[in-house]
Design a protein around this ligand. Structure first.
Ligand SMILES: Nc1ncnc2c1ncn2[C@@H]1O[C@H](COP(=O)(O)OP(=O)(O)OP(=O)(O)O)[C@@H](O)[C@H]1O
Length: 271
């Protein structure tokens, strides 16, 4: 899908002020179906605040949000999720002591029976969760009664993404999904992100990892101190340019030289 397709969601000059601190300043951003938008930025740059605005946790102090061409204002995360905006938090946002079947359907429990006899349909839920996990490459899970806590970090991310896709997410917001994962697990999560994109889902990926962003991203936005410092499509910047931008505009080469001389000084003292 080309960048010329109509955006599914747009932020127009969105600011978010906390007291006297502007966490976001006039940020405009387009989110397209079937594309991965990577949100990059150093700690405190405003990435979390931005995804909280997208997912209805915060309303903007000023600016507008458009969804499917309509101006919208989300009063709560529920409003955003009703539009198909689904957020997966850093550790998969699940409950370690809950079964996989229960946690997959939490808040949307399938029931059987009626009236006072209505109860959670465990068999159905477990069947769905195992099928979805298998489809997403987690083949070792064959029992939906297993506890969420028994999954690895990558498997939790993948199952949270599977859940969002199963319930029809149109926009999937992923907050540092590969942080703290090993190489293989991170690759699995990135593959699942590509699958979601190919289904036409708009993915917003927040990451510190430039390599991961470059592997799956179609479009990139870099935040520095709450402002959008750059916005570009795949192939329009080099890895070095992106890394420098993420370091807040300071050239990484200079920082590295400074570190090298510091290390030299420490070595001299120790010798
Ligand atoms: N509820 C709040 N009240 C006051 N200040 C806030 C609030 N939420 C965020 N901030 C401030 O806004 C700035 C941006 O924070 P944010 O969490 O969005 O950054 P971030 O880019 O997600 O950083 P990180 O990668 O460390 O999570 C920070 O200085 C933070 O202290």
């Amino acid at each position: 899908m080309s960048a010329k397709s109509h955006p599914l969601m747009s932020l127009k000059n969105v600011s978010k002020i906390f007291g006297s601190y502007a966490a976001l300043k006039n940020v405009s951003l387009d989110i397209h179906p079937g594309q991965v938008l990577c949100l990059l930025g150093d700690n405190g740059a405003g990435k979390s605040t931005l995804i909280k605005v997208l997912s209805g946790f915060h309303s903007p102090t000023s600016g507008e949000i458009e969804f499917d061409g309509d101006k919208v204002s989300f009063e709560s995360p529920r409003d955003a999720s009703d539009r198909g905006i689904s957020t997966v938090h850093q550790f998969g946002g699940t409950f370690p002591l809950m079964s996989l079947g229960r946690s997959f359907f939490v808040g949307l429990e399938p029931t059987k029976g009626w009236g006072p006899f209505k109860r959670f349909d465990r068999k159905f839920a477990n069947g769905v969760v195992v099928e979805q996990m298998q489809q997403m490459g987690i083949t070792r899970v064959t029992d939906g009664d297993r506890l969420v806590g028994s999954l690895s970090g990558g498997e939790r991310q993948v199952s949270a993404i599977a859940r969002a896709v199963f319930f029809g997410a149109k926009i999937l917001i992923l907050d540092e999904p590969t942080a703290a994962l090993g190489v293989k697990e991170a690759a699995h999560v990135l593959r699942i992100i590509m699958q979601a994109k190919h289904r036409g889902i708009a993915v917003v990926l927040v990451t510190h990892n430039v390599s991961h962003a470059l592997t799956v991203g179609d479009h990139f936005a870099v935040l520095i101190h709450g402002e959008k410092a750059d916005d570009f499509a795949k192939g329009e910047r080099t890895r070095e340019q992106i890394t420098d931008l993420m370091a807040g505009g300071e050239a990484m080469a200079e920082l590295e030289a400074e570190l090298a001389s510091l290390t030299g000084n420490i070595k001299q003292v120790l010798d």
